[in-house]
Design a binder for this molecule. Structure first.
Ligand code: NAG
Length: 201
């Protein structure tokens, strides 16, 4: 059973993903790498902070909990050596579920944003010129957006990255839900040498 070590590895992967998601969300506020004059010119889904909140800040909590799980191994409580670890594994399920929700939020938001397309200036006013992802298969339509420059590839690339990264985060947290269930039920304590125990309960 891999429980503690597995969780640590999951946590270590979540952190860089959370940083990249936050970064992608920040870049979305600067279409084509430039600032826009008015905040209402920015695509609405960017303001829902899928990358910064759902896959970013919120993801730090499960990541830190997972990273600490290995150290929680075999500390013991209530006279039972495996109880401390079982409780740690059990609480990790709650944080893992929280992570699934946060990443899921970013994932759904990114999918909606890709389908809807960016808000841009079409020559008369600022609007969403695309419908039901029609621009994805037809580059000619991209010319509808006159400004900001490169808004379509910019948003498409960043939201696609958010979609992929939040998808990975959701899977990793989902793995920890299962892993935590095993850890809670089995409470394996093979490493008890580190706490002076022999592994038997
Ligand atoms: C792409 O959109 C343009 C403008 O609406 C249209 O004229 C053209 O036929 C479309 N191309 C394809 C391959 O659907």
């Amino acid at each position: 059973m891999c429980t503690g070590g597995c969780a640590k590895c999951l946590g270590a992967t979540l952190i860089p993903l959370a940083v990249l998601c936050t970064l992608a969300n920040i870049l979305l506020f600067f279409p084509g790498g430039k600032t826009v004059e008015d905040s209402t010119y920015i695509t609405n889904e960017v303001w829902y902070f899928g990358g910064m909140a759902g896959s970013g800040i919120l993801m730090i909590f499960p990541a830190l909990v997972f990273l600490g799980l290995q150290n929680n191994d075999c500390c013991g409580c209530c006279g039972s050596r495996s109880c401390g670890k079982r409780f740690a594994m059990f609480s990790s399920i709650i944080f893992a579920a929280l992570g699934v929700l946060g990443a899921g939020y970013c994932f759904v938001l990114s999918a909606v944003a890709i389908n809807k397309g960016p808000k841009c200036y079409t020559g008369s006013h600022w609007e969403y010129p695309f419908h039901d992802g029609d621009y994805l298969g037809n580059h000619t339509l991209w010319d509808k957006c006159q400004s900001p420059e490169n808004i379509v590839p910019w948003n498409l690339t960043l939201f696609s990255l958010l979609l992929i990264m939040s998808g990975i985060q959701a899977v990793l947290c989902g793995i920890q839900v299962v892993n935590g269930l095993f850890g809670t039920l089995c409470g394996d304590c093979k490493c008890c040498g580190c706490c002076g125990g022999d592994g038997t309960v």
